[in-house]
Each structure stands twice: as structure tokens, then as C-alpha cells.
Design a protein around this ligand. Structure first.
Ligand code: NI
Length: 180
């Protein structure tokens, strides 16, 4: 019932006719430059969101943390990556505090607006800033899929929001034990 790609070429892949994934250059919570290649050799479970998100992001990150727990030792082969689509507010320090609220294994990534836009574009992530009057703060509407990339950086699966931790762990385990 989920979207998958069985024979993607090179980095990235195709799901339902959409090319998903590709090169990115971002900054981790230590201020170090990180690219998609930094994760070769590990599975990558990716989510795009922002730390001021009132509802969806916290729910999904909690699901990711619980799914990692359910995966047990296999979780060591997975890099759970949270990429902000609100780099103006989500500095490395802000991201560091936020990701630790959910799971110390989460890898928070930010960057310049242009770097974040490029990463979001590669994964077809929709994001749009909205400022409900008369407030000065803003929300960012965004799509909310989880992406599973294999150790070669190839797209393997797309998981919709609202999946249970049990279902997510089962799907990831299935992908990890399936040859591509
Ligand atoms: Ni969100």
C-alpha cells in the first residue's frame, strides 16, 4: 500500500513517476558540512519539517523514535535525518535541542535558505510560509512524508504521515531485508 521503487538508477529514484532524492549539502548541529554522500553505507530515514511545527512534526518524529526502538539492533544501520524547512529559525543549536527531545539518534540538518530549498526540491517537499494575522510569528505548511534511502543513496520507499510506529518499523525491516 506504500510507494516504493524497486529498480532506481543511480542516486535518487522514481515513485509514481516522480524522481525522488538526489544530492544535497547541509549543515549538522555541530556546524559541520554534511552531504547525501556522508550517509553512504547506512540506510537513511528522512523527514522534512521545522521545530516550531505545532502538530505534525512532533507526531512524526515520535513515530520515528518509536520505530527505531522497535527495530532494535538494526536501527544502528539507519541514519534518521530531520531536515528543517525553516532555516531562519532552526539554527544548529535550536535543532540540536529539538531533536534530543525525541531521540538522541536523530540527526538534525539545516543550511542556507538556498541549500534547504535545493534539498527540499530534490525530494519534492512542498513548503510555504504562512503568517496568520495579527501574529508576528509564522507557520510553515509542509508536506509530511518519510523517505527511506538505501545504503547506496537510492530511493526505496515513501511513507505517508500518520503511520504507526509498528507499521513503520515493519516496513523498514522489510526493505532492509529485500534486495533491490
Ligand atoms: Ni511540521
Amino acid at each position: 500500500a506504500l510507494f516504493g521503487a524497486n529498480s532506481p538508477q543511480a542516486a535518487g529514484g522514481v515513485a509514481g513517476g516522480l524522481a525522488l532524492g538526489g544530492p544535497f549539502t547541509l549543515v549538522d548541529t555541530q556546524g559541520r558540512t554534511v552531504t547525501d554522500r556522508s550517509f553512504r553505507g547506512r540506510w537513511m530515514l528522512m523527514y522534512f519539517g521545522y521545530t516550531s511545527c505545532p502538530d505534525v512534526c512532533p507526531t512524526e518524529l515520535q513515530t520515528v523514535a518509536s520505530a527505531l526502538d522497535r527495530l532494535g539492533p538494526a536501527a544502528a544501520r539507519i541514519a534518521p535525518v530531520f531536515i528543517t524547512i525553516d532555516p531562519a529559525r532552526d539554527t544548529p543549536t535550536v535543532l540540536s535541542h529539538y531533536t534530543k527531545l525525541f531521540d538522541s539518534r536523530l540527526i538534525g540538518l539545516t543550511g542556507s535558505a538556498a541549500e534547504v530549498d535545493a534539498a527540499a526540491r530534490a525530494y519534492r517537499v512542498y513548503h510555504a510560509k504562512v503568517t496568520p494575522p495579527p501574529r508576528e510569528s509564522y507557520l510553515v505548511n509542509h508536506s509530511s512524508f518519510l523517505y527511506l534511502m538505501d545504503p547506496n543513496g537510492r530511493f526505496r520507499a515513501l511513507y505517508p504521515p500518520g503511520l504507526s510506529a509498528e507499521a513503520l518499523a515493519t516496513e523498514i525491516k522489510r526493505q532492509m531485508t529485500t534486495n533491490s
